[in-house]
Unconditional design. Sequence first.
Length: 472
Amino acid sequence: MNKGLLRRRLSLFIGCVFVVFASCIVGLAQSAAPDRIAQLEQQVKAAQSSADNAWMLVSAALVLMMTGPGLALFYGGLVRKKNVLATMLQSFAMMALITVIWAIIGYSLCFGAGNSFIGGFHNMFLRGVGIAPDPEYAATIPAQTFMIYQLMFAIITPALITGAFAERMKFSAMLVFMTLWSLIVYAPMAHMVWGKGGWLNATLGGRFPSLDFAGGTVVHVTSGVSALVCAAYLGRRLGYPKEPMPPHSVVLSFVGACLLWVGWFGFNAGSALAAGGLATSAFVNTHFGAAAAALGWAAAEWLRNGKASALGAISGSVAGLVAITPAAGFVSPMSSLVIGAIAGVFCYFMVAKVKTIFGYDDSLDAFGVHGSGGTIGALLTGVFATSSINPIYHDAHGNVLPSGVVDGHWGQLGNQFVAVLIAWGIAIVGTLIILKIVDVLIGLRVPADHEVQGLDLSQHGEEGYYWELSAS
């Protein structure tokens, strides 16, 4: 046989084998491609879930830090030294008491399926709240992560009220009052704004969709207005306002305020419920709002008194943090500066002028900062919210709709007003009822001699400071 012919046949055979082999490889690759793509998508989804979950757990810890040590130090420094431990213990007690209530029934009433006013009992004892996500609330994190994060809000909200009745309420009465308040006032408001089918929920079919990113109405308006009711019901401290009652340690309050500022990043940016761009927006707005409010309060104080104080600056920063809370995930950074500046001046006016005019003894200005700041912040959210930051509203075809007044949606301001009115109404009526019940059952106020002695000794049998005399 001709060698050339043999060579050509051999080459043809090898080529055929190669084609068959290559076809098999391609066929196998094509059959495996869908599996590999599905596997890759699953890995990407798992990575996103892990990142979101890590951020939310850190945020939950930051929000808890706001209560203890943040609020405990802030409030503890503002009272007289004979009441420092009692005041700090009130915040710490909420960390324990509200946690137990939340696990038993609180979470279910706030976020369980119910009606437009209150959640039901389906999630009592955390039944059905496991590792699997609840897509209606947060699709990329475990339901338990969402639950524990929301618990931290439920803890700090009643703790804020303690600033109004500082130095004069029984510890036992405080515990009973806060138990009832968390169920009668906080739970309905949280469900209406954030819960499934809530009357004010902007994302899950509310009748009056209000924008409250992290708790302007749910946390600050309810606690601040309830604080005012408590202050009025209990009456003034002995000697107020004739006797001077300056803070015993602005240093403690200064440290507490700084911790509050840092913790508030978890409060607001964490409310994005994911580690994405919306969290960044809320983080930036939180910082800008606090900074502008600190300057606004300090400037107003400087103009009125001729100097700016450390206490005024830190109070202003907290006022800004309060006001930007409902708006943090809806407004631009420049709008957050405006909201903060307005809140700083407005809350200073409420504390320095309005409180004096009406004569109520809101001991640590819980209403002046939280009630007033939360109200103005909720209303300004309706003004400055924009779909370019958070396209929360869509039509039936999925097209983005305007959010606030700056987008041309004037109706949102009306919805915000409705939410504020409801929060004020629930807080006033609910708090009055609870105060009356507790007063009848066990009494609210400590005896006069206990108040003179100080709550550290009269209520807890210990002192915050022991000054040992030198033997010489």
